[in-house]
Design a protein around this ligand. Sequence first.
Ligand code: LLP
Length: 426
Amino acid sequence: PGNVARAADGALAVAGLGVREIAAEFGTPVYVLDEDDLRSRCRDFRAAFPTEDVYYAGKAFLCRAVVRMIAEEGLFLDVCTGGELATALAAGMPAERIGFHGNNKSVAELTRALDAGVGRIILDSFTEIDRLSALARERDVRPKVLIRVTVGVEAHTHEFIATAHEDQKFGFSLAGGAAIAAALRILDEDVLELRGLHSHIGSQIFDTSGFEVSARRVLALQAQIRDARGVELPELDLGGGFGIAYTTQDDPSPPADLAKRLRKIVDGECAAERLAVPHLSIEPGRAIVGPAVFTLYEVGTVKDVDGIRTYVSVDGGMSDNIRTALYDASYSATLASRASTAPPLLARVVGKHCESGDIVVKDEFLPADVQPGDLVAVPGTGAYCRSMASNYNHVPRPPVVAVRDGRARLIVRRETEEDLLALDVG
Ligand code: LLP
């Protein structure tokens, strides 16, 4: 994060607070959120997209304190389950600033969204159009909706997190004609207020040409809808997926560049199709929260395996960061609790779980004198680490601590063994 630096004693400090103090107060592992860094990322997006709406994708990481932070910074919020919606509402997020996603929203979830008055619901299937239409009729309301369009773009990212190629579960296919059929059905039935189209092509994307192709395709569909029914939809959401730097090899675009490119393509395409430029929105999750957090672990054992490699075991692992095992994601690690002048040693940072795939950082040079009791920091863990954390091996999930102006504030407490046992009622 932006406010992390080595202090005079050689230890890392975030916003002026040393990691040893954080570990002493909250224990390890702990997710440490640099609050000003998160807020400045929100502001960068707001400044880059001043006339557009920026929805923070809560799936990346959600808790009440973060909802309040992003709301204070002027962002909207994208939720995709009843649980995320409940958290957003509990934090006081105005319902009209919430967008509700998901490919299988239940009757209960849709009912709750309608009763709360969420600003928009992004529709994902014909079943859902029928389901929501029935609920809206019963309540005599006319919710605002977007249609999620599968634009057929191959985003260059891991297969599991690419979402706009044809053969996957999300959205209405553009090529197959489902998207236009959905739009016409909603317009003809007139129970739902169709505000616009939506496309999200995947996550951790650096090559912006995918966004350009997808914008072009959804706007062509927009023109088709206009030609068929004489209606110009007023909004367009281009989704999230903007990549962040996990290692020095990643080179993300600043939001201002992204904004420039997206606007240029949308303006150009609208001119070509003789469409009024729709009100744009985007949904970054990772790019807002990912770089603002690091995980602080304590080293438990250091093992040299036959001279091949040194395994540095920390007190967490795949239960607090599944991304390395699941997506072959790359992270880095650094000795955080002290300076060292020892020569570098090729290490693998692993967790405490009962499988060999329990890797946090595959390859990293750590000082050769790394030893039990040292603290190791893994940066860039704000997105999809706490939110995808598990209790594998009955390991309680770590807390989240927000640091600002040299002070730490617990925003999500550590799970306890009592928490684990509380659910076990047999
Ligand atoms: N909008 C929609 C409709 C989405 O499905 C997603 C992410 C986002 C926005 C936010 O994408 P972001 O800006 O955070 O890339 N667990 C995976 C990522 C899954 C992303 C799911 N959808 C990971 O750890 O990489």
